[in-house]
Ligand binder design. Sequence first.
Ligand SMILES: [Zn+2]
Length: 142
Amino acid sequence: MIKSLFKTLYRSMTIGRNGIDDIVKFQFYFLIILVILDIFVDSYIVGLLQLITMITIGFRFMSKNLYKRVKENQIFNDIRYGIFSPFKNIIRRVKDRKHLYKKCSCGTTIKTPLPKKIGIKHTTCPNCGKRNKIIALRKKKV
Ligand SMILES: [Zn+2]
């Protein structure tokens, strides 16, 4: 009941407006960091940054110029992608708990399934045919 009331209220507030996009989300997290920082640092600059962030969040949220806001959001996403794309492979490898990765001397990355026991494993590079040694510190869960 209350949840649907909030939903209809939110919809009626955001019709024809920008609402929450990626920049607003980022600004919101930035604001949380500033609020936490404000506890430890006694500076008027932090308070001023909080105020500016809150005003820009409100401005972006209520803005009716959707074309400009979407364009700004695209630029923001391009910058974000440029910053985080070099770490994408590393993050994917850390998350992948079922494979081992080894970079061959020819530049190819070899991906093999986890072995049945911990120890040294040998694989052949599909690109140059060189035999590579992989030290497996994890084993396949049975
Ligand atoms: Zn190779």
